[in-house]
Design a protein around this ligand. Structure first.
Ligand code: MN
Length: 251
């Protein structure tokens, strides 16, 4: 049997660099063997994230340009493109049609279109995608810009309809699920309807509740425990299940 770096837990969307001590947050994830996709909100944050992640077994740095920052930072797309060849992981990218960010929606769409096109050309990227109040547009763009099978999409904190979730699953998307989603009956029902092979956990820390202790990264156990409850499984069974999904996604 080959020796695998089996993680204890999986946090496929966390902003480790937004904690007071970034290096300590990375070190904690490594020590606790939590496979963590450390997403970034601006490409300028990527080099430091990659430097820290490259010294670990369990942390990966993703290259992002957050849709909520596009109004002020669209020109950083040039930096984003410059770093793309140095990473397999992209995020946080996507669209936000919420009231606060809707004024930049057209600009967000042009940035996201370029992000997807660049990923399509580069190939084999794993992309953590934000889709607040615009699941349909996000899926339309992915369908139009990203050839099936080239790169893989993980929809982070998906809040679209059941029909949109089904469509996303048919397109091959994965879903990273946080504890907040499982506290809400409507979205828990949606999570229950997803193909089990497409589910991962996330914290979206520090943007969700569940900070374990002062300054430490959010705990992903509540998400894992929530899935166990929802699917009537033991915690250990969920860990095996999520590790299998992670392995399939990364393979
Ligand atoms: Mn996020």
């Amino acid at each position: 049997m080959t020796h695998r770096r089996t993680a204890r837990l999986v946090d496929f969307h966390c902003h480790l660099d937004l904690y007071p001590d970034h290096a300590a947050a990375v070190a904690q994830r490594e020590r606790e063997r939590v496979f963590t996709l450390a997403v970034t909100t601006t490409p300028k944050a990527f080099p430091r994230n990659k430097e820290l992640a490259d010294r670990t077994k369990y942390v990966r740095a993703a290259l992002g340009l957050h849709p909520q920052l596009v109004a002020d930072r669209a020109q950083e797309l040039l930096i984003w493109k410059e770093y793309l060849p140095s990473t397999r992981y992209v995020g946080e990218v996507g669209l936000d049609a919420g009231r606060r960010f809707y004024s930049s929606f057209e600009q967000q769409k042009s940035v996201f279109a370029e992000v997807l096109s660049a990923c399509a050309i580069a190939g084999e990227k794993i992309i953590s995608v934000h889709s607040v109040r615009c699941a349909k547009v996000v899926l339309d763009m992915i369908e139009a810009k990203l050839p099936v099978g080239s790169s893989r999409i993980v929809l982070h904190w998906f809040t679209g309809s059941a029909a949109e979730a089904r469509r996303a699953a048919e397109m091959g998307c994965y879903f990273s699920i946080n504890a907040e989603m499982l506290r809400n009956d409507r979205s828990a029902k949606l999570v229950h309807s997803l193909p089990k092979g497409r589910i991962l956990t996330e914290t979206d820390g520090p943007f969700t509740r569940g900070e374990s202790s002062e300054g430490a990264p959010a705990d992903v156990k509540p998400a894992r425990d929530g899935l166990a409850k929802l699917f009537s499984l033991e915690h250990e069974e969920v860990d095996v299940w999520l590790n299998e999904n992670l392995r399939a996604l990364l393979s």
